[in-house]
Design a protein around this ligand. Structure first.
Ligand code: RIB
Ligand code: CA
Length: 309
């Protein structure tokens, strides 16, 4: 039976590639795409999800969720993803419309309808997930697993301490990481291994399909910021790691750790504090991604994205 997932995202170049992988993987049943502010404002991330589905030719319901964090001021990443959030490729006008139901209500409805069978896959800030937990605490024991892109066991990318998705809403992340729901975390320590170097981008373009070309153009735009800030020849495909873990977990080396969120302002605001040497004696709450088989990761992406016509 395919694994039921809800992909909660802020497309976003790498979110778009995560969507492509999820929707081309028979191992997964995407119940819906929920969107959240993050890389850019909600009006753009929700629209971008519809645009990506239009390009893929997929009919999946899209729900708009939170447009701001629980407490802190909203931050965003136009410098990375452009003002639209999907700068680079020419984009179609989507024919599909957003669902009227709020993303948080959709998440609650689906988790309670399929207790123990729905995996939430947030690849943006955790505001929608936290709101769902607060609005309906009954979903907490009913969520099968949360497989997220966010955090890091070492350095940050938006502050010296914190990764962008977690820093966007540290209070939401604290609710999620303290919830007791089984978590798998694809942090920067893992995702930074997946740089889409030119020879890897060429594999997508070499598919000779519109979606292959779309993927290559997304990555070529996404490279600009990463070259300028990090000096890298290609961007990490952060969000696709979360989906790839669900499809091919054997590609990943993981270990269980206690991970807690610093939700107090200061130098470590938004940090995922990983008890790597188990010095606290606290029980592990998170399966942390440590390594990925890069050849297998890119073979999977090229093979699945190659299925779109
Ligand atoms: O820090 C990387 C994360 O922030 C990715 O999910 C990217 O899409 C942005 O949301
Ligand atoms: Ca994202």
């Amino acid at each position: 039976m395919p694994r039921k997932i809800i992909h909660d995202c802020d497309p976003g170049h790498d979110d778009a590639i995560a969507m492509m992988l999820a929707l081309a993987s028979p191992e997964l049943e995407v119940l819906g795409i929920t969107t959240v502010y993050g890389n850019v404002g909600l009006e753009h991330t929700a629209h971008n999800a519809l645009v990506v589905l239009e390009i893929l030719g997929c009919k999946v319901p899209v729900y708009a969720g939170a447009d701001r964090p629980l407490v802190r001021e909203r931050i965003s990443a136009e410098l990375v993803h452009g003002n639209s959030g999907l700068e680079g490729p020419d984009l179609p006008t989507p024919t599909a419309k957003l669902q009227k139901q709020h993303a948080v209500h959709f998440i609650i409805e689906q988790v309670l309808s399929h207790p123990g069978q729905v995996t939430l896959v947030p690849t943006g800030t955790l505001t929608n997930i936290a709101l769902a937990m607060r609005l309906e605490p009954k979903i907490i024991p009913a969520i099968q697993q949360i497989v997220l892109m966010g955090g890091s066991i070492d350095i940050g990318n938006w502050s010296p301490s914190a990764e962008f998705n977690i820093l966007c809403d540290p209070h939401a992340a604290k609710i999620v990481f303290d919830s007791g729901v089984p978590l798998m975390m694809c942090g920067l320590n893992l995702t930074h291994q997946t740089l889409a170097l030119p020879e890897r981008v060429a594999r997508f373009r070499g598919l000779g399909t519109p979606v292959g070309e779309f993927t290559a153009q997304l990555l070529e735009f996404f490279r600009q910021h990463h070259k300028q800030r990090f000096g890298w020849e290609g961007p990490p495909i952060h969000d696709a790691c979360a989906i790839a873990f669900l499809v091919r977990p054997e590609l990943f080396k993981t270990r269980l750790y206690n991970v807690e969120i610093e939700a107090n302002e200061g130098l470590a605001y938004g940090r995922t504090v990983c008890d790597y040497w188990r010095v606290t004696g606290k029980a592990p709450n998170t399966e942390v991604g440590l390594e990925v088989d890069l050849e297998g990761f890119y073979d999977l992406l090229v093979e699945r994205i190659g299925q779109y016509r």
